[in-house]
Design a protein around this ligand. Structure first.
Ligand code: PEP
Ligand code: MN
Length: 340
């Protein structure tokens, strides 16, 4: 349920309402928008046990709107303006399209430094790279763990980039947050609810990949798990392809997810064409389509020698292909009135 406040609402009136919400055993979050302040009433079975009438009559209340959707905080009903996430001087969800790139896995110091240099040269702002790798087979390379995080951080600092990297377990959140600017929840963990709730403790933005078989609504519910935490961690949505019957690509990039997310949610949405395609041949076209569709950023895999990569080499771009693509993306971004 959303309690919409009148434009000239006072702090006391708001306090009266939040006290009432707590008194009846519910939680709340306040969004101070440019136009108006809204309070989301959060709790179990809000619909069944909360009567909107008891709020409607209170001073300062403009309207009370039940939200029928199972997600609330990620929705435009709660926050009508786009969320712009500011991290280390970079704005995600603002006017500019943000380029994030790096290898699938951090394999060593030299490899990640070379990638960081390529990202910087291409105008990228954020370096990606996995130190904790979720692999389908337990016998595949599973990352350099803390040493990988150290290499990643040093490479990013050297080239004035931010770091995004995956966190796979509740137990490693603290460690990953020591090195990363943005924590990534991988597609396989989109419905790991303990992890979603716990990641909020890092107080850093979270890049939330869409599960390969998750509906958009389920993805937004996962975002609410993170947003509902008390530390105010913010969420960047990431479409990375879904399971379909098609086998020509590894997954099918759901380009529709971009305009749908833009309409139904205020959160920034970025696209990962690499994991969707699974094949470097298709990455440029998908990346360009994503920017044209309105994505706030692209995250992709690059490698100094893709054929020697420890993971996902087939979908990784060489530095020269990456440099060429980044120029094309800039043209598309400017054609739709956005910079890159
Ligand atoms: C990754 O980005 O390294 C990754 C494993 O992606 P996904 O979770 O989308 O498969
Ligand atoms: Mn990968």
């Amino acid at each position: 349920m959303i309690v919409e406040m009148e434009k000239n609402v006072t702090a006391e009136q708001i306090q009266k309402i939040t006290k009432k919400i707590q008194a009846i055993g519910f939680d709340f979050q306040i969004n101070e928008g440019k136009e108006r302040i809204v309070i989301a009433v959060l709790g179990i079975d809000v619909k069944r046990s909360l009567d909107p009438q008891q709020f409607r009559a209170l001073d300062g209340v403009e309207d009370v709107i039940p939200i029928s959707k199972p997600y609330k905080l990620a929705s435009r009903d709660f926050k009508s303006e786009d969320t712009v996430i500011k991290v280390g001087g970079v704005e995600i969800g603002g006017k500019g399209v943000i380029l994030m790139a790096g290898p699938c896995s951090v394999e060593g110091e030299r490899q990640i430094f070379r990638c960081a240099e390529a990202v910087k040269k291409a105008g990228g702002k954020i370096l990606r790279g996995g130190a904790f790798k979720p692999r389908t087979s337990p016998y595949s390379f599973r990352g350099l763990k803390e040493e990988g995080l150290q290499f990643l951080r040093r490479a990013a600092d050297q080239f004035d980039l931010l770091v995004v990297t995956e966190v796979m377990s509740v137990g490693s959140i603290k460690l990953v947050a020591e090195y990363a600017d943005i924590l990534q929840i991988g597609a396989r963990n989109m419905q790991n609810y303990d992890l979603l709730e716990a990641v909020n403790s890092c107080k850093k933005p979270v890049l939330l990949k869409r599960g390969p078989s998750a509906e958009i609504e389920e993805w937004f519910c996962a975002a609410d798990y993170i947003l509902n935490g008390s530390n105010g961690s913010n969420v960047i949505l990431c479409e990375r392809g879904m399971k379909t019957f098609e086998r020509a690509t590894r997954y099918t990039l759901d380009i529709s997810a971009v305009p749908v997310a833009k309409r139904l949610s205020h959160l920034p949405i970025i696209v990962d064409p690499s994991h969707a395609a699974g094949n470097f041949h298709y990455v440029p076209a998908l990346a360009k389509a994503a920017v044209a569709a309105g994505a706030d950023g692209i995250i992709m895999e690059i490698h100094p020698e893709p054929e020697r990569a420890f993971s996902d080499g087939a979908q990784s771009l060489t530095f020269s292909d990456f440099a060429r693509l980044s120029k094309e993306l800039k043209v598309i971004a400017s054609a739709i009135g956005r910079g890159m």
